[in-house]
Write a protein that binds this ligand. Structure first.
Ligand code: CA
Length: 244
């Protein structure tokens, strides 16, 4: 039987703080895993994705923000950044990279626990990513498959070998966001927040550009899209997949 307690991955290079976090979380009913470097954090987050990632930004082998950006390409678990950096732009930088919340050190344990609970509540409301590859245009001359778990997008053309479609990280994040709720209309602001971060929710032009790029790469006739549909003045909708 799987352990129902939420798993919190604690990434912090200062051993006393890491130990304090791990013991506090364990005392409050959470399972924990911990890492002191970016590399160890990346491995743990990938092999056993946590329910919440608590991430210190200043790590010996790099900047935590890079890991946020990397994980956000596929991971939906909440990322709570922990940092002594108090400056406004560091917070904005981390949030824009895809962190969900920011806790400044030194922090009070009750506040930290409250923010973890809030992150878990938000995560529970998110649609999980489909685990199986999803196919669009299954019986057509042209179509594509999205495998979010493996981060691979493949194009199919009748009479030709399947070919992997190269997407930029931003294109992939937008595609993943659309795939997660395929068939539903996604509002401009909702997509902008999810892909670029809360500071960008009014930048509809970004979205137009990137949806255009996805159409160029995946639609047989990009100017007459059949999968990546525009809902004028509202947002976009990816049609439901044809099965897996
Ligand atoms: Ca540190």
């Amino acid at each position: 039987m799987t352990d129902p307690r939420p798993l919190i991955l604690v990434v912090e290079d200062e051993a006393p703080i890491r130990r304090l976090l791990v013991s506090t979380l364990a005392a409050h009913g959470y399972r924990t895993a911990d890492a002191a470097t970016l590399q160890a954090a990346r491995m743990l987050a990938t092999t056993d994705p946590p329910d919440v990632l608590l991430l210190d930004l200043g790590l010996p082998d790099g900047d935590g923000v890079d890991l946020v950006r990397e994980l956000r390409q596929w991971a939906t678990f909440p990322i709570l950044v922990l940092s002594a950096r108090g400056q406004e732009r560091d917070k904005v930088h981390a949030l824009d990279a895809g962190a969900d919340d920011y806790v400044q050190k030194p922090f009070g344990v009750p506040e930290l626990l409250a923010r973890i609970r809030a992150s878990l509540r938000h995560a529970a409301r998110r649609e999980p990513a489909p685990a199986q590859p999803q196919i669009w245009g299954r019986d057509d001359a042209c179509g594509f498959t999205v495998d979010l778990a493996r981060r691979v997008v493949t194009q199919h053309r009748r009479g030709a070998a399947d070919a992997e479609v190269k997407l930029t990280p931003t294109e992939f994040r937008l595609l993943a966001e659309l795939v997660r709720q395929a068939g539903k209309v996604r509002l401009h602001a909702e997509l902008l927040r999810a892909v670029w971060g809360p500071a960008y929710e009014h930048d509809v032009a970004y979205l137009r550009v990137y949806v255009g790029q996805l159409r160029q790469k995946l639609e047989p006739e990009p100017s007459r899209p059949r999968w990546f549909l525009t809902e004028p003045g509202v947002g976009y909708r990816l049609t439901e997949p044809d099965g897996d």
